[in-house]
Write a protein that binds this ligand. Structure first.
Ligand code: NAD
Ligand code: UDP
Length: 310
């Protein structure tokens, strides 16, 4: 049994991670300020003696005796991270400093939930960990992209300077149950629109691509990375390399839901990456991991979740 801290634990990914860690017999502290997360995501864990839910903002220091820290606290949807851009940077940067300070003090292993956004609008395709990216440092996505890049720098510096045991995972677009219905990300938007027979909003001409990973595959990759020995620090890409255009995604959602929704086209937000696909050879080698849930299957599970949501 380990004592594990999950920041952002009441969010979409964090709630799946907390559930898995509790089910494996660990003592879990879930820390969240509920900006985009919700108590309902972890309701099934409340009352379990192995689970504690703490309302806390990671821009402030936090003290606890723990063996492992998963640092997920940060809004992930463009709509939410742009809502208060300064707060987003503070969350990434000060949150990383506070959690790295804690890891240093209690000698915990710490895993940073980084992102494919560190590659920006990539000119190398697919993206390997060795690619340094193409990020606009002054654009509307930079509060998230640069915040996450700075967090990666901080992780590396705490490792080099203080010997902190770090792991950096670069997560590619992930979807599944517990996404917020108003999250603004493409999978939840399309499913909610389709289930309500409302217009499906394609930004631009829908030809931009993404590679969608089901949340269970990601959580498996995260747990495997945390379990590696101290010599493995990453960064490691974890995502599903099957790449689809946004229009193809919309067509799949309409088919699965049997919706009568029509497609409408909206302006493409600035700096919206044109393509994204992970090269996962490093994760395969180091973690013996690959995604197993196909998009159609994962979408059906996610549609069922949204159908049953009150
Ligand atoms: P989410 O918005 O559902 O979860 C983020 C959680 O962090 C929420 O519960 C939110 O309330 C909490 N939070 C935000 N700011 C906080 C703060 N200052 N203090 C404490 N808690 C705070 O998003 P998610 O998709 O579950 O993302 C989780 C992590 O994974 C994020 O760090 C995100 O950048 C990263 N990530 C996600 C994806 C994806 O496709 N879902 C891709 C790349 C990286
Ligand atoms: N997108 C879209 N319609 C929506 C929401 C998003 O066409 O209602 C597009 C968006 O412009 C982007 C892609 O879908 O090209 C993925 O967007 P998301 O916000 O999910 O993630 P990210 O851009 O951060 O990968």
């Amino acid at each position: 049994m380990k004592r594990v801290l999950v920041t952002g634990g009441a969010g979409f990914i964090g709630s799946h991670l907390c559930t898995r860690l509790v089910n494996e017999g660990n003592d879990v502290i879930c820390l969240d300020n509920f900006f985009t997360g919700a108590k309902r995501n972890v309701m099934h864990l409340i009352g379990n003696p192995r689970f504690e839910l703490v309302r806390h903002d990671v821009i402030n220091p936090f003290h606890a005796e723990v063996d492992e820290i998963y640092n997920l606290a940060c809004p992930a949807s463009p709509v939410h991270y742009q809502y208060n851009a300064i707060k987003t940077i503070k969350t990434s940067v000060m949150g990383a400093i506070n959690m790295l300070g804690l890891a240093k003090r209690v000698n915990a292993k710490i895993l940073q939930a980084s992102t494919s956004e560190v590659y920006g609008d990539p000119i190398v395709h697919p993206q390997k960990e060795s690619y340094w990216g193409n990020v606009n440092p002054i654009g509307i996505r930079s509060c998230y992209d640069e915040g996450k890049r700075c967090a990666e720098s901080l992780f590396m510096d705490y490792h080099r300077q203080n010997g902190v045991r770090i792991k950096i995972i670069r997560i590619f677009n992930t979807y599944g149950p517990n996404m917020h219905p108003n999250d603004g990300r493409v999978v939840s938007n399309f499913i909610v629109q389709a289930l309500n027979n409302r217009d499906i909003t394609l930004y631009g001409d829908g030809s931009q691509t993404r590679s969608f990973q089901y949340v269970d595959d990601l959580v498996e990759g995260m747990a495997r990375l945390m379990a590696t020995d101290d010599s493995v620090i990453g960064p490691v890409n974890v995502g599903n390399p099957n790449e689809f255009t946004i229009k193809e995604l919309a067509e799949k959602v309409v088919k699965i839901t049997g919706s009568s929704s029509k497609f409408v086209y909206r302006d493409l937000p600035s700096d919206d990456p044109k393509q994204r696909q992970p090269d996962i050879s490093y994760a395969k080698k180091i973690l013996d991991w690959k995604p197993v849930v196909e998009l159609n299957e994962g979408l059906k599970l996610t549609v069922d979740y949204f159908r049953n949501l009150d």
